[in-house]
Design a protein around this ligand. Structure first.
Ligand code: PA5
Length: 474
């Protein structure tokens, strides 16, 4: 097998959005009437009005995440993150993130998109391995710590990064207490340089404990909620420690953020994306949104997106006409793998889905299929390449879905780079803000998550939850 590096190109290319196969001209009665999206049509007027509203709230309240990629907030974060990366440069074999939900998914997505999928296994890697321990599952937690302690018993070359905006999340707090205890036993009072924290700058239990222990900290800025925080120190610090280009990532996000201020629906990728998906959802009953990257390295970006889309939009709406339930069910699939698992359902099952393909125009590496092997039945593959095959499979699935009148759109990455991944994250964050306004929901709260959190506190014996504990039969 001979991997063929492709010729490098200009880095700052942009991702593109193709929604043509969401229109009735492509998928008939399951698509959007093109007049809705035409210049002067209803969707263009709505997008203009919503863009003006978002411009007015941009950078305020819970929309401070729109300032993460440019200006003073970016400068402050990049300075802090690079200072940490410089301080530990060359000294680490392992970075272990403790965090969950919005405090973990960005780290996982960025690492898998931008470092080789074999990064942790590569003995020649130049930067530390990354482990993200998000769940309170004792098995992976124990396995990871056992692996690390078998190689690095005194944690001389391991840094733990605890991430929690609230500083109160049970899963993260439990992991933190265990790790702090292990570090204190291994290193005594000198353990403080093995743990850093990303948490609220002033409040919360985590902030108090970290200040008391002397751990270095970075801020989760005010007005930046968990699922909108990947481009803050929450996501940046593991990137920088593991050798990723955070400037490129933020440059890409800034480019997209600017484009998403345009009042013209067709020049504003986030307004267009939200308009198309909400139109399909509300008028065509496409309430299941499937993100299907044709690239393994983008697969966990779909996991990050799943939280953003689900937790932001899935809300009860109490209006004058009564109660309705907003939101779309996000599903992730992988092309071409899931052609052999899910596409039967997507083509012939309930026509309730919009498929969001992610396509890569130019892979970092391609692998040529040898020619002249004399296998007549497989001759069509000879001399071609894996990237050509994967690209053909994506086009074929797109064609087959369209033939079955299943709306689908494509977000195309010219290449997977920090710049294009930064664009992608910002695109979906802004699209979520538009979709929240279109659906009449607050995209920034998560009231339905609270009861489960409180019930966990009650079951675990936290003071102040006696009534709930009684209701739970505890
Ligand atoms: O998006 C969110 O707000 C959540 O997923 C949180 O990120 C998650 O609950 C973890 O919260 P915290 O960072 O406060 O520990």
């Amino acid at each position: 097998m001979t991997p063929t590096p492709t010729t490098p190109t200009m880095p700052a290319t942009t991702i593109t959005l193709d929604t043509a196969r969401c229109l009735s001209t492509a998928v008939h009665e399951h698509g959007i009437d093109p007049d809705v999206l035409a210049p002067g049509g209803p969707a263009t007027r709505t997008a203009q009005a919503l863009t003006q509203r978002l411009e007015a709230s941009r950078g305020t309240g819970w929309e401070r995440w729109r300032l993460l990629a440019e200006g003073a907030m970016r400068d402050e974060h990049v300075r802090g993150v690079k200072a940490i990366a410089d301080r530990y440069a060359g000294q680490l074999d392992n970075v272990v993130v403790l965090g969950i939900g919005g405090s973990a998914l960005g780290n996982i997505a960025l690492q898998s998109a931008l470092n080789p999928l074999t990064h942790n296994l590569d003995p020649k890697r130049t930067h530390p391995r990354l482990f993200v321990l998000d769940n309170a599952d004792p098995v992976p937690f124990h396995q990871t710590l056992s692996l690390i302690t078998s190689e690095d018993p005194a944690f001389d070359r391991t840094l733990f990064v605890v991430i929690s905006k609230s500083g109160e999340t049970a899963e993260t707090a439990a992991q933190f207490l265990i790790v702090r205890d292990i570090l204190q036993r291994a290193r005594g009072n000198g353990h403080a340089d093995r743990m850093i924290a990303v948490t609220d700058p002033t409040t919360g239990t985590m902030r108090r404990l970290c200040d008391a222990a002397g751990y270095a900290t970075l801020p989760v800025p005010e007005g930046v909620g968990g699922r909108f925080s990947a481009l803050s120190p929450v996501g940046l610090v593991s990137c920088a420690l593991c050798g990723l280009d955070i400037d490129g990532l933020l440059d890409g996000a800034a480019t997209m953020e600017r484009a998403c201020r345009d009042e013209d629906l067709h020049a504003n990728p986030a307004a267009k994306l939200a308009t198309v998906l909400v139109e399909l959802g509300q008028r065509q009953g496409k309430t299941v949104h499937v993100m299907m990257p044709y690239a393994n390295q983008l697969y966990l970006l779909a996991d990050w997106w799943r939280q953003l889309w689900a937790e932001s939009l899935g809300k009860v709406v109490r209006g004058v006409q009564g109660v309705t339930y907003a939101g779309y069910t996000p599903v992730k699939a992988l092309g071409a793998t899931d052609q052999h698992s899910q596409v039967q359902l997507y083509r012939e099952g309930p026509n309730d889905k919009a498929i969001i393909f992610l396509e890569v125009e130019k892979f970092a590496t391609d692998v040529v299929i040898p020619a002249g092997l004399g296998e007549d039945a497989l001759a069509y593959l000879e001399g071609s390449s894996l990237a050509t095959l994967l690209s053909a499979e994506k086009k074929a699935t797109e064609f087959a879905l369209t033939e079955s009148r299943r709306p689908n759109l494509t977000i195309k990455f010219p290449e997977v780079t920090p710049h294009t991944v930064g664009q992608f994250m910002m695109l979906w964050q802004v699209a979520t803000a538009y979709a929240g306004l279109m659906l009449g929901v607050d995209a920034y709260d998560q009231p339905a998550v609270e009861l489960g959190k409180k019930a966990t506190f009650a079951l675990m014996g936290k003071p102040g939850y006696d009534d709930l504990r009684a209701r739970l039969g505890g």
